[in-house]
Design a protein around this ligand. Sequence first.
Ligand SMILES: *Cc1c(COP(=O)(O)O)cnc(C)c1O
Length: 400
Amino acid sequence: MRNHGTREGKHGPATQAVHAGQPEPRPGAPVVAPIVRSSTFHWAGPEDGIDLLYSRYGNNPNQESVAARVAALEGTDDALALASGMAAISMTLLAAAGQGDHIVASRHLYGATWALLSKEFPRRGITTTFVDPGDPGAWDQAVTPDTRVVLVELPTNPALRVFDIEPACRAARGVGAILAADVTFATPMNIRAAEHGVDAVIHSATKYLGGHSDLIAGVVAGSRGLIRRVAKMMKLYGGSIDPQTAWLLERGIRTLPARMERHNRSALALAEWFTGVPGVRRVIHPGLPDHPDHVLATRMLNGYGGMVSIVLDGGGAAADRFSAALRLAAPAPSLGGVETLVSQPRHTSHVDLSPSERDELGIPDGFVRISVGLEDVADLKADFSRAVAAATRPAAAVTA
Ligand SMILES: *Cc1c(COP(=O)(O)O)cnc(C)c1O
């Protein structure tokens, strides 16, 4: 019997993050559950009265307990942990859509999700219509009787746009499709997506849920029926999470509420500070009043998140000098860890687009995405001050 927290509706999210999914305590039991490395478990036949346990099936104790913790945080009946965020996305979509089916997805998607939908799924007879999520009428126009999934992502990467989920939800309901949302950037602390009508709540747990840039994992949360179908795909395609990684992910989730509070606070403080730094042309953060989705983000989210994007004067060359001058923040293409990371989409997620295509998505050259970590904000400001100075005054020898 596992403690599911929200089922009883008794505990707040910080308590659930620490306790949900753990076995009921008994004298002598370890406070921290052990890692169960066994790939297989004693089982002679159905007369044993339990399900066959096998770690590819996702029913190893570590896999089950991290899933129960995620379900408690999301307020869903069930959840499943998988080997990566992309495993969570692809298995969810394949559980819902097959040959001849149709998907409607936001145009603002993580690069690999976009490639899966536009390049890979057509080979399997699954087509996708991409829509502008900022146009509330677009979802209704795009869905057809064959639509099985409507997919959104928020906040988006790297422009940090926040779109209303409601029109996408209504369109999905109208044709009997499921609504799936990749809310990696928001985490369950900043949005409980199921409460907004999302059927499949998906995270790259590699990012904030794990939180320490030391694992690759994904999760999906939803109804028992949906999770059973996703688990079936996972068993067949083999994208199960390793028990050791499941254990490490569960350890990360224990501190998620505390980390997100600080990520939210530090990112907002840095965003406000960047707006007064000469050489920074634009600062993009949903918590800033000039962000196009500020009002909606304030209404929908419990926090604006740990990401800040800036656009430097001087284009790509300035952004390269900025990255090279950093001593504390590190250039690396991930996010959500305790350490501050910066990346340029033109070198990473959006490398395949032309400069004008990137411009259209709100990612001009000179754009730098910052995943604000848990360091002291004063130290980050000092590091970024020096880097912006180096970016905007290339000729001068800039020292600390
Ligand atoms: C990183 C990321 C993914 C992919 O997750 P992996 O764990 O790398 O497979 C999907 N969606 C978003 C928004 C991400 O940031």
